[in-house]
Design a protein around this ligand. Structure first.
Ligand code: PHE
Ligand code: NA
Length: 450
């Protein structure tokens, strides 16, 4: 069980691998399994993947290290970490907590769909290979009223129960079970999908870039997707880093976590897109992609229903190991700064986020006429504002903060455990944080505003 937070005895990860699995658990989630394939599909496949990789190398690794280092140095939540170093920067952490709120509210709605699909696959309802029927089934679920809200509530409840257990007993323990299982399953699925007749088209679509497809819209989506997928720009890795002991090798962890995340995103793309082509779906089909194509693939396989259950259980694991990190960002803030009881805080925040998620769910059905941004209802607005605006903005401010306010020398001192560790690329890293990161993010922002 959790240590006492009340007396400032901050909890820590039980082991190095425990931290890596928890942080990779935060990173690997619906962003990889659900969002990446359909974002790639929507944005021209290979073109998107190429831009994604460029951004990953320029800012992904850089910011992962910056966040973890800031967290461990201050041993505080996102807001507290900024405040401890420079008082008037606390609001930047606040933006992150806000983003966490917004993301979790729609994330949990999708998590609810996943639970519903576990039930569907258990009852055999998914044992259909007809795309139309599967598409109709998905549409009926997400546009409903009580059913999707009920499952959204279940997902929030599961999230809350894990966060309740604290860092070691809840988050770390669950990640150690869920992550390895997920990895094995996604490899099996990718192999199955790539060996379907006609799969080559899908693999080509994902890996061969068509440069004419690269527009500023594609770049902004890829930027947002890097942040979303790596759980960056909102203080999640600051918070997880704050539970690290002083002897952890941060440069190493900050390399492994993005590698795992990217590996799983690519595998998910290789599992989904070949199947999309093999079954004659549109790759630009959008958020329904995994809910429609996977069941169609499974229905044609021996032991398909068993695979379907396993697949959706694993999507649920991935989603939960991310949703707990989103909730933890908010909980850590309230517990640290307001000295509130951890359990009470978890329940209150869980309920509030559940309530904010309700309009997200309704906006895909009965409330589809209500738009907050042009053409975007609650769900799409929350997603767009958090992924494409708040996270990159948080990343931009983080670069400026670590690069220019706190200073890369201080950050490197922390990253190398006061000079006791080797960090070969520290010079390159400092350059990326101070110049490349801020300029790249600013350029994308300015270009997409124009
Ligand atoms: N990285 C998670 C995913 O890919 C989502 C997430 C974003 C989690 C931001 C925490 C913070 O699904
Ligand atoms: Na991810």
């Amino acid at each position: 069980m959790a240590n006492i937070n009340q007396n400032q005895d901050r909890e820590q990860w039980g082991s190095k691998i425990g931290f890596i699995l928890a942080a990779a658990g935060s990173a690997v989630g619906l962003g990889n399994l659900w969002k990446f394939p359909y974002m790639a599909g929507k944005n021209g496949g290979g073109a998107f993947v190429l831009v994604y990789f460029i951004i990953l190398f320029l800012v992904g690794f850089t910011l992962m290290l910056a966040e973890i280092v800031l967290g461990r140095h201050t041993q505080l939540n996102a807001i507290g970490a900024y405040r401890k170093i420079r008082k008037n920067w606390a609001w930047v952490g606040g933006l992150g907590v806000l983003a966490g709120f917004l993301i979790l509210s729609f994330y949990s709605v999708v998590g609810g769909w996943v639970i519903n699909y576990i039930v569907k696959s258990l009852t055999g309802a998914l044992n259909v290979s007809d795309a139309e029927v599967l598409g109709g089934m998905f549409g009926e679920l997400i546009s409903g009223t009580t059913v999707p809200i009920f499952y959204h509530g279940l997902f929030m409840l599961a999230t809350l129960l894990i966060v309740f257990g604290g860092i070691g007993g809840g988050i770390e323990k669950s990640s150690k079970i869920m992550m390895p299982a997920l990895f094995i399953m996604i490899i099996i699925l990718a192999i199955r999908s790539m060996t379907l007749p006609g799969a080559v088209e899908g693999i080509k679509y994902l890996l061969v870039p068509d440069f004419s497809k690269i527009t500023i819209g594609v770049i902004l989506d890829a930027l947002g997707q890097v942040f979303f997928s790596l759980s960056l720009g909102m203080g999640c890795m600051i918070t997880y880093g704050s539970y690290l002991s002083k002897d952890t090798n941060i440069p190493q962890s900050a390399t492994i976590i993005p590698l795992i995340d990217t590996g799983v995103a690519l595998l998910a793309g290789l599992a989904v897109l070949p199947a999309v082509f093999a079954f004659g779906f549109e790759p630009s089909a959008g958020p329904g992609l995994i809910f429609i194509t996977f069941p169609a693939v499974f229905a044609q396989m021996p032991l398909g229903s068993l695979f379907a259950v396993m697949f959706f259980v694993l999507v649920l694991f991935a989603a939960l190991s991310s949703s707990i990190s989103l909730l933890e960002v908010c909980v850590a803030y309230v517990v640290d700064e307001w000295k509130m009881n951890r359990k009470v805080t978890t329940i209150v925040l869980g309920v509030v986020i559940f309530l904010i998620g309700i309009p997200c769910s309704l906006s895909l059905g009965p409330w589809s006429d209500i738009t907050l941004l042009p053409g975007k209802g609650f769900f799409d607005t929350f997603d767009f504002v958090s992924s494409n605006i708040l996270l990159p903005l948080g990343g931009l401010l983080l670069c400026i903060f670590v690069g220019w306010i706190w200073g890369t020398d201080n950050a490197i001192k922390e990253a190398t455990n006061d000079g006791n560790l080797e960090f070969k690329l520290s010079g390159a890293w400092a350059f990326l944080v101070k110049y490349v990161g801020p300029v790249a993010i600013l350029l994308v922002f300015i270009r997409s505003l124009l």
